[in-house]
Ligand binder design. Structure first.
Ligand SMILES: [Cu+2]
Length: 302
């Protein structure tokens, strides 16, 4: 048996534990949080092609259908975009954050570039108009072979170089437990060690945080998408609390100034998230400064 055939069998074997296998290996039922009230039947996304060449930008189409198989025609903006697509290698070493373009009829077009042969997962994050936020895990293959999920070692210290900045994640170790609101605060310093206070809004907030749990087969349940809370942020439902976690801006105007300055130190951006269970998590924090996006990545144990 060829290595490639074996890899395909391994992938299919891994998929068997997951619902919605009947929809094909590249389609997973979108997963909702327990207890969330659904206003529409759940939708699902598929991707074509799911087999790509490594190291080469290639166009893909993502097709979103409702529970009855009809195209979802209308989407609402979330954080300034109709769809966020987070692409990771299955070992969570590669990360890309893309914004597919809606081309109508439930279809989004995006150009992906998978750097090396192996297996990847793309998390499509979108909000059907009048519905609830959805995450679909789309499985992609570049060349042949799977990307083994090797155990990741938690980072210590939690300081990362990102461009010419240093981004340090501060965790209150006593508060990291599954199922509990966990504050995640990033301190951003320039090359001289001074706090960076001139971050620019990125996707309508002072930062963007993606959290993914390491898993032999990644599913939508392993994905947490977090943004700092918008200024004067509206209240969110229980499901939104889980998917789009709250954070505080480092700079706020007018009446909020005093309250904000008590909460946030200069050069810091805070998020809150709820880790759904114990495990090893990868975090990618993104900020914008001088028109450039910087990404700092971390591994933590919960
Ligand atoms: Cu995005």
């Amino acid at each position: 048996m060829s290595i490639r055939k074996l890899a395909v069998l391994l992938v299919l074997g891994g998929m068997a534990a997951i619902p919605a296998l009947a929809h094909g290996p590249h389609s997973l039922e979108s997963m909702a949080m327990p207890g969330a009230t659904k206003t529409t039947s759940s939708s699902r996304a598929t991707v074509s092609p799911a087999q790509l060449k490594p190291g080469k930008p290639q166009a893909m189409l993502i097709f979103v259908r409702d529970g009855r198989g009809r195209p979802v025609e209308r989407f609402a903006l979330q954080h300034e975009k109709l769809m966020h697509l987070i692409v990771v290698s299955d070992d969570l070493t590669f990360f890309d954050h893309l914004h597919p373009q809606y081309v109508g009829g439930g279809r989004f077009r995006v150009t992906a570039n998978l750097p090396a042969s192996g297996s990847y997962t793309a998390f499509a994050d979108y909000l059907p108009q009048g519905g609830s936020p959805q995450v679909s895990a789309l499985h992609l293959q570049a060349g042949s072979g799977s990307t083994a999920s090797v155990p990741l070692t938690p980072d210590s210290p939690l300081s990362k170089r990102a461009g010419d900045l240093t981004v340090t994640l501060k965790l209150d170790s006593g508060s990291i437990a599954p199922g509990r609101q966990t504050p995640l605060t990033f301190f951003i310093k320039d090359g001289n060690g001074n706090p960076v206070t001139d971050l620019q809004p990125y996707l309508g907030a002072m930062g963007h945080l993606v959290v993914i749990r390491q898993s032999p087969v990644l599913t939508a349940a392993d994905y947490l998408h977090a943004h700092p809370e918008d200024q004067g942020g509206h209240s969110m439902g229980a499901m939104a609390e889980m998917h789009h976690t709250h954070g505080e801006r480092q700079q706020m105007a007018g009446m909020d100034q005093m309250a904000a300055s008590q909460k946030a130190e200069p050069g810091s951006v805070s998020f809150k998230t709820v880790f759904p269970g114990p495990g090893t998590y990868r975090l990618w924090a993104q900020f914008q400064r001088n028109g450039k996006i910087i990404t700092a990545d971390y591994t933590i144990a919960v």
